[in-house]
Write a new protein. Structure first.
Length: 104
C-alpha cells in the first residue's frame, strides 16, 4: 500500500459507533431551575437524569430560553437520536467541554 492510499484510508476512516443510530432512551426532556446564591442556573433533565456533556459535565446554563430550546431539541427526537439535528445542544456541549482548552 503506497503512502497516498494510506493517507486516504486514515483520512476517511470512521468509527463503528458513527455507523449505528443510538436509540432514544428517555421519554421527556424538561428544564429545572437550580437555586444558587448569585444567579439562577437551569439544568436540562432527560426523565429524572441530568443531561451531561460527552466529557461528563452537567449541562447548565444561565439562559432559561436556551435551556428550553435544548429541551425542545431533545423532545423533538423520534425513535433514534440524531445529534446533527440538535445544533444548540452540540454548541453548548462544545462551550462547556472546551476541547481545545482555549481561553477567552
Amino acid at each position: 500500500m503506497n503512502s497516498a492510499s494510506r493517507w486516504i484510508t486514515r483520512r476517511f476512516a470512521i468509527s463503528a459507533s458513527a455507523l449505528t443510530n443510538r436509540s432514544k432512551f428517555y421519554k421527556k426532556a424538561s428544564v429545572v431551575p437550580v437555586s444558587t446564591s448569585s444567579f439562577p442556573l437551569y439544568n436540562v433533565f432527560l426523565d429524572n437524569r441530568k443531561l451531561r456533556t460527552p466529557s461528563g459535565k452537567v449541562l447548565e446554563t444561565e439562559s432559561e430560553p436556551l435551556a428550553l430550546a435544548i429541551a425542545h431539541e431533545w423532545n423533538s427526537q423520534k425513535k433514534y437520536l440524531n445529534m446533527a439535528h440538535m445544533r444548540l445542544t452540540g454548541l453548548l456541549f462544545t462551550a462547556l467541554d472546551n476541547p481545545q482548552a482555549l481561553k477567552k
